[in-house]
Write a protein that binds this ligand. Structure first.
Ligand code: ADP
Ligand code: ASP
Ligand code: MG
Length: 425
């Protein structure tokens, strides 16, 4: 039997009991004949608590130091997990991201993995150990500083290691039984998905379904690594994310027309008011934003008022980048030319994802009808081939998700989705 990479999220290792439970699961896989590499996240909400702490000593902590601080969270889990495994009579060794060969670029707080050289991990498992790796972190190739991969980045560590070690599968253990047709914390009648194609999962993840991080799915698709998302609290089969449908008994699982509904309240909207309606303006605005290394999501340009020749341009971005974006635009105000900036962090995004959208023109109309029946006002719209997203008031998001989920017949008529742990933070 081959090598498996297992990743345990923060809620799975939230306390000593959790760590002992996870240790037992890992030992079970080892006893079944696998070589096991386990990637761990920080315990519970440790990462959030460390960020809060940093902000108490400095309103905008330096990226390098914040990374140093945050990587401590995963180090605590990895060492405790190795101890718990040893206590069960098996040998385990823990490794930081840097020791595991996770090499990144030098963008602090959201570094990208550029190479994985897992020599030490390979040696460790070949010698019969269980290797435990701290997720979410790496080391910059250029500066040699410690970096982090962005929130939820342990998922990416796991898939990147699975690719580099040519693993059979990458198992992502979390606090729900798999990927559901909507966030089970919001939609009690959400259904577990048995299999989902990389493409649909990419869109769900990019639209806020944080059960898997977008970058991790991108990585898995590039290297064709099947992901099995499942609960560390139950023995149930979870969701397979892969390129080809799985077999279940003697029948093949089919691709759904609609995969699910995602929502996201982590973004804010910036509106650049009074922009001259002439070529080069959008380029100047988004150059300033990209020079500040900020990723944006949706963009809308309003028609210009004939009388003034001025227009407004709105875009959405992670709330955590809001301050930086405003500063970057203010700094370039003279060069760009605009009147003022508006910042709105009370927005939410709802997205419907499904391969069936390509061939079914009625989907868009039904989506808007469901939102209007729920009395939800739409502020921005964006689409891809297999996704439609709208921005609404943050307060409307949960209601809107439930309305859309029902309207597309996704509600389950049996068991309610179980959430085993976590605070949803
Ligand atoms: P972990 O700590 O294991 O990384 P996360 O909190 O990052 O866990 O991700 C699991 C959470 O993702 C679930 O508790 C659930 O609230 C949320 N979630 C959002 N969308 C979905 C979805 N479509 N299916 C399952 N879980 C989802
Ligand atoms: N601990 C990190 C976070 O909370 C990474 C992770 O959990 O994947 O974002
Ligand atoms: Mg996560």
């Amino acid at each position: 039997m081959g090598l498996v990479v297992q990743k345990y999220g923060g809620s799975s290792v939230a306390d000593a009991e959790g760590i002992k439970r996870v240790a037992k699961r890992i030992v079970e896989a080892k006893k079944n004949g696998h070589q096991v590499v386990a990637v761990v996240s920080a315990m519970g909400d440790t990462t959030d608590e460390l960020i809060d702490l940093a902000e108490q000593v400095s309103p905008m902590p330096a990226g390098r130091e914040l990374d140093m601080l945050l990587t401590a969270g995963e180090r605590i889990s990895m060492a405790l997990l190795a101890m718990a495994i040893k206590n069960l009579g098996h040998s385990a060794q823990s490794f930081t991201g840097s020791q595991a060969g996770v090499i990144t670029d030098s963008v602090h707080n959201k570094a990208r993995i550029i190479d994985v050289t897992p020599g030490r991990i390979r040696t460790s498992v070949d010698e019969g150990n269980i290797a435990i790796v701290a997720g979410f972190q790496g080391v910059s190739q250029d500066s040699k500083d410690i970096t982090t991969l962005g929130r939820g980045g342990s998922d990416t560590t796991a898939v990147a290691l699975a690719a580099a070690l040519d693993a059979e599968v990458c198992e992502i253990y979390t606090d729900v039984d798999g990927v559901f047709t909507a966030d089970p914390r919001v939609v009690k009648k959400a259904k577990k998905i048995d299999w989902i194609a990389f493409e649909d999962m990419l869109e769900l993840a990019a639209s806020g379904s944080k059960v898997l991080l977008h970058r991790c799915v991108e990585y898995a698709r590039r290297y064709n690594i099947p992901i099995h998302v499942r609960s560390s609290f139950s023995g149930l089969q979870g969701t397979w994310v892969s390129s080809e449908p799985i077999e279940q008994g003697d029948k093949q699982v089919e691709q759904a027309i609609i995969s699910g509904v995602a929502h996201d309240t982590s973004e804010a909207k910036v509106t650049v008011v009074g922009v001259p309606d002439k070529p080069g303006e959008a380029a100047a605005i988004f150059r300033a934003i990209s020079d500040a290394e900020i990723n944006i999501d949706m963009i809308v340009q309003n028609v210009s008022a004939a009388a003034t020749g001025l227009t407004d341009i709105s875009f959405t971005l992670p709330k955590s980048e809001g301050r930086k974006a405003i500063d970057a635009l203010e700094k370039n105000k003279g060069g760009i030319g605009f009147d003022s900036l508006r910042y709105d962090d009370q927005i939410g995004k709802i997205s419907l994802v499904g391969a069936g959208m390509k061939t079914n023109p009625g989907v868009t109309a039904d989506f808007f009808k469901a939102l209007s029946d729920a009395g939800v006002n739409i502020e921005l719209i964006s689409t891809s081939e297999i996704r439609i997203s709208v921005v609404t008031r943050a307060d409307d998001v949960n209601e809107a998700v439930r309305a859309v989920h029902s309207a597309f017949g996704l509600d389950s008529d049996s068991d309610e989705a179980v959430v085993y742990g976590g605070t949803g933070r």
